[in-house]
Design a protein around this ligand. Structure first.
Ligand SMILES: [Zn+2]
Length: 379
């Protein structure tokens, strides 16, 4: 199954009254994942036991099965570095794992549906791109998603070989015929690609081949595909290896992502300058995060900063021993930016980690808001 198919299954799954265990765990190179999975599952173990009568018997049995299956998976499988999300409902024979390229906080949740929001928030930052490699008589379609590439389709159409000895009228005729066949071929590839787009809804498209083939092909693309065209590249489709395709495709996606980051930062900076609903700088963003006011958050990739959290009111700040909202003592946090990211995701906002060089480097965080912020309480 492809990553997309697995994700679709999780989103479509209906547990029909049975509890679903959703577990998110960071996979680090230190091999600590198994121990952390076990201690996460200890949080929900009481639900599987008889003394707790808040759940029906079959629901308890289902959770017991989930605990066993998840422990097995974390012991026996080799999870890829990043984050693994597991969704299990053994009472309905459901078990899915997704490997995510970026880690959030370890967490486990038992609910009546799969808890997908963190997964979707992470996936938000990755673009699913289809890559069409074309020449005059054949084509390959590849998919690049979550840093992996796979071949989706291959097709071949009849082509006229150019004769070695042809002259005058004859040559013209053969040439014309070859061009006709190539055109027909490009139209057919475009149709196949359009069908794939309708069925799979990929976000971006890249086209590779010799420059004259690429321009002949992109000329016949239907409009929805042309709108998704993120870039083209020059390559000899016949001799290209999967590694070549991957490198070219990845560079187009990276370029697209940097553009997207720049656009978002520019939008935030402009909105903040015009005093529209925006926050610029960590102080204001933490206050906005406390109030669940953030619609889109941009944070500088790779930056972390200590801060304080109030677990009762959700207060996030850089410092202060007492929460100004409820008076409780605050808890120190090693990375308040990460707490902010989690808070935004919990309130259905989206997060963009900005790796490229923009104004955000000096501000660290910026956000588009759902409503204007009231003044921050004094600490
Ligand atoms: Zn508080």
């Amino acid at each position: 199954m492809t990553a997309q198919e697995t994700i679709d299954q999780i989103l479509r799954f209906e547990p029909d009254g049975m509890p679903v265990v959703s577990l998110y765990v960071a996979v680090l190179p230190d091999g600590s994942v198994h121990t952390r999975v076990k201690s996460l599952l200890d949080e929900i173990r009481p639900l599987a036991k008889d003394q707790d009568h808040t759940l029906e018997h079959d629901a308890r049995l289902s959770i017991r099965g989930d605990l066993k299956r998840i422990i097995e998976a974390s012991t026996e499988e080799r999870w890829k570095q990043g984050m693994t999300a597991v969704f299990s409902c053994s009472g309905r024979g459901f078990f899915e794992e997704v490997s995510l390229p970026r880690a959030l906080r370890d967490r486990v949740v038992v609910d009546t549906t799969p808890w997908v929001r963190p997964m979707l928030a992470i996936l938000d930052e990755y673009h699913r791109m289809f890559v069409a490699m074309v020449d005059e008589s054949s084509a390959e379609v590849w998919e690049l998603y979550l840093n992996e590439i796979r071949q989706v389709r291959r097709l071949r159409d009849p082509a006229l070989r150019k004769p070695n000895f042809a002259y005058g009228k004859q040559e013209h005729k053969v040439h014309h015929k070859a061009e006709e066949l190539a055109k027909r071929h490009y139209r057919r590839v475009a149709t196949v690609l359009n069908d794939l787009y309708r069925a799979e809804g990929f976000e971006l498209l890249a086209v590779g081949g010799h420059p004259y083939e690429v321009s002949a092909f992109t000329a016949v693309l239907p409009r929805p595909l042309r709108e998704r065209l993120a870039g083209t590249f020059s390559i000899d489709a016949r001799t290209a290896t999967p590694a070549d395709v991957r490198r070219e495709a990845q560079s187009i996606v990276d370029h697209y992502e940097r553009d997207e980051e720049r656009r978002l930062v520019a939008e935030i900076v402009e909105a903040a300058a015009e005093r529209r609903r925006a926050a610029l700088g960590l102080d204001d963003c933490l206050w906005a995060g406390t109030l669940a006011a953030i619609d889109r958050l941009a944070v500088q990739e790779g930056v972390s900063m200590p801060g304080v959290v109030c677990d009762r009111s959700g207060w996030l700040a850089l410092s202060g021993e007492t929460c100004p909202l409820c008076g409780e003592p605050t808890r120190p946090s090693g990375d308040i930016i990460n707490d902010l990211v989690e808070a935004v995701i919990d309130e259905s906002g989206s997060v963009e980690h900005v790796a490229t060089d923009t104004e955000l480097r000096t501000h660290v965080a910026g956000a588009l808001l759902r409503f204007p912020l009231p003044p921050r309480p004094q600490t």
